[in-house]
Design a protein around this ligand. Structure first.
Ligand SMILES: Cc1cc2nc3c(=O)[nH]c(=O)nc-3n(C[C@H](O)[C@H](O)[C@H](O)COP(=O)(O)OP(=O)(O)OC[C@H]3O[C@@H](n4cnc5c(N)ncnc54)[C@H](O)[C@@H]3O)c2cc1C
Length: 596
């Protein structure tokens, strides 16, 4: 456990809490802990500050953050089941992390999703309260919100999205095809089969991010934020009681190596791809894998980097016969993007002020999968379907884009006064699992990410059926059936696909990430040998060390995970404060007085 050579050990660089990663959960934890003016918090973020990053604040600029130094530029290994393709799995690399680059969607999942973790600290009831705590919801006249589930005082400002005409038509089609309208279902979590409106982390044309918990009106003197500083390893002291985390070693953009000391706790919040490497470089992880890289294993934790999950989705594009139902005319026709951008700069409104996804739906597929032999014969627990879901949980999600677009591989822009949108189909509770492993022990080298998408045949079955249903919504649904010209690009024929088998090649060719990587440092019960953390996010076998971000979840929610990341942040801060109080209460009163 020798310390690395470091350029500086400044006695002033001693903090109560060190947060490794100023992303979604990390910023929430820092902001909440610093509400106690007696504690000193350090946030270490590998990327730059977000203040001057226009494409963070302007939600429509999201994809411009990719393939640059504001992205971790992670690419998966080739995946056999999806035609040996590699997929770019971007992550925000700046203050605010992925909350500053995501699709702004707040889809919490159902309470059952969290009850399924079987951890008393994180029941559905508690998670919904934590998520609410983070939020200030802003109503819109046309949207029927259930106020009881929304927050009114958190730093995260959310509001519903004004729909483009094509989204209103998609909603009509979803209702027509058996998905009834429940306006606020994505916040109440009470409807597994229906359609509704999704609140966004955008308010008055500006994206709100987790960085808002520690900047702007929440900047506090007792928080030190250091950007462009990468955490290499955690430092430990050892006594008869075992290992205690007491600081970190870092390397900054200019190559300077600095060590920081933590009096109380080190909290790792690097996200699902980057938290496992921090633990592994520090000697916490699967013993054999660490030894392959010449790292001394301090605690053998086989689960670190395993259990990698995502939500896999397919875009299905259609050409529309009527003009301007979609928003392509504001982006791709003539030089419209110049005036659209000018409008954003002047008034913070228009296409670029929000994320161009429209109506959303959840579906149960019980009836539709009944005829599948695989489905009929697959193992299931009492009351649950073969995916492990109860009837109160959705199998899949649908939504439409309001113009052509998506990840960067989609480049068939309808420039020629054409009009295009997609219906997306997304798979929940996937069975396939991947991994994050070290490429080397160099903190500046990205890990190896193997997502192993759709390797379980049930995943392929359910996603193919979801695509079939999505196509029926578009082609047969009342709102859209009369305005669809055909598939996009026009030489394709997927709009004529009829069976699941027809859809399978489309899935292999197009299945991609929804950027929902999770689960790689999972919490679990004491008898779960792959659990990395206990229910209070504490790393097994080490004192004063937690991991708190979406890597901590045992199972990704049947929704989208940013609200989970905010909820984990809120819950972690509460637990850290509680544990600090209870350890203080164990000290003699005169010593406790000195400690604060
Ligand atoms: C393109 C995209 C679209 C998405 N769309 C949605 C959506 O619409 N709705 C939704 O709910 N979810 C969405 N998500 C997912 C959601 O944003 C993430 O699940 C969530 O933000 C993850 O939070 P986190 O705290 O775990 O990690 P992050 O927010 O990624 O934070 C990790 C932070 O740690 C930093 N870091 C990593 N390693 C180190 C190190 N060694 N030293 C210092 N700093 C380090 C990173 O730079 C980053 O700032 C999307 C994600 C992406 C990328």
């Amino acid at each position: 456990m020798s310390l690395e050579r470091v350029d500086s050990v400044d006695p002033l660089e001693v903090y109560d809490y060190i947060i490794c990663g100023g992303g979604t959960s990390g910023c929430v934890i820092a902001g909440r802990l610093a509400e106690d003016s007696n504690v000193k918090v350090l946030v270490l973020e590998a990327g730059p500050d977000n203040a001057d990053l226009e494409n963070v604040h302007m939600a429509g600029g999201w994809s411009q953050n990719f393939d640059s130094e504001t992205d971790w530029n992670l690419v998966t290994e080739p995946m056999k089941t999806i035609d040996d393709r590699q997929v770019k799995v971007s992550r925000g690399r700046f203050l605010g992390g992925s909350s500053g680059v995501n699709g702004t969607l707040c889809i919490r999942g159902t309470k059952q999703d969290y009850d399924d973790w079987e951890l008393d600290e994180w029941t559905g009831g508690k998670m919904f309260e934590y998520m609410k705590r983070a939020e200030t919801f802003h109503e819109k006249d046309w949207h029927k919100a259930d106020k009881s589930v929304h927050g009114t005082s958190g730093p995260l400002h959310t509001e519903p999205h004004d729909l483009a005409p094509i989204s209103e038509r998609v909603r009509e089609s979803m209702i027509d095809q058996g998905l009834p309208y429940h306006p606020d279902m994505f916040s109440t979590g009470e409807t597994p089969h229906g359609c509704g409106d999704v609140p966004r982390t955008v308010h008055q044309g500006i994206r709100t991010t987790a960085a808002d918990f520690i900047t702007k009106r929440y900047r506090r003197e007792n928080i030190t934020i250091k950007t462009e500083v990468t955490v290499n390893k955690i430092l430990f002291s050892q006594d008869a009681g075992g290992l205690t985390a007491c600081g970190v070693t870092t390397i900054s953009k200019n190559g300077r190596k600095v060590e920081y000391q933590a009096r109380k706790e080190v909290i790792v919040a690097g996200g699902a791809y980057c938290s496992p490497p921090i633990l592994m470089r520090s000697g916490l992880g699967p013993k054999e894998h660490l030894e392959e890289h010449g790292i001394e294993c301090l605690v053998d934790l086989p689960g670190v980097g395993g259990n990698l999950m995502d939500h896999v989705l397919c875009f299905i594009f259609y050409e529309v016969s009527e003009p301007n139902l979609t928003n392509d005319y504001l982006a791709y026709h003539d030089n419209a993007i110049a005036s659209t951008y000018a409008l954003y700069q002047e008034k913070k409104s228009g296409l670029l002020s929000t994320f161009p996804f429209g109506t959303f739906g959840y579906a149960r597929l019980d009836e539709r999968l009944k005829d599948s032999e695989l489905w009929q014969t697959a193992k299931r627990e009492p009351g649950r379907d073969p995916m492990g879901l109860l009837p109160s949980q959705p199998n899949v999600e649908f939504w439409n884009t309001e113009l052509y677009g998506g990840p960067k591989q989609y480049t068939d822009f309808p420039i020629d006064h054409k009009h295009v949108f997609s219906l997306c189909a997304l798979l929940f509770n996937q069975h396939s699992r991947g991994s994050v492993t070290l490429k080397s022990k160099d903190p500046l080298e990205n890990p190896v990410v193997d997502h192993n998408y759709l390797s379980d045949p049930l995943d392929m079955l359910v996603l193919s059926e979801a695509c079939r249903f999505a196509n029926e919504i578009v082609m047969n649904g009342k709102g859209t059936k009369d305005v669809i010209k055909g598939s996009w690009p026009a030489h394709l024929t997927h709009h004529t696909n009829a069976t699941r088998e027809d859809w399978e090649p489309h899935v292999r060719q197009h299945a991609t990430t929804c950027y929902h990587a999770s689960g790689t440092c999972a919490m679990g019960k004491p008898d779960d040998k792959n659990a990395v953390l206990d229910g209070r996010l504490r790393v097994r076998g080490v004192r004063n060390l937690r991991v708190a971000d979406v890597s901590s979840v045992p199972q990704v929610n049947n929704g989208h995970p940013q609200m989970v990341a905010y909820g984990i942040g809120e819950g972690a801060a509460e637990m850290i404060r509680e544990d600090a109080r209870s350890s203080l209460s164990k000290l003699a009163p005169e010593v406790a007085k000195l400690a604060v």
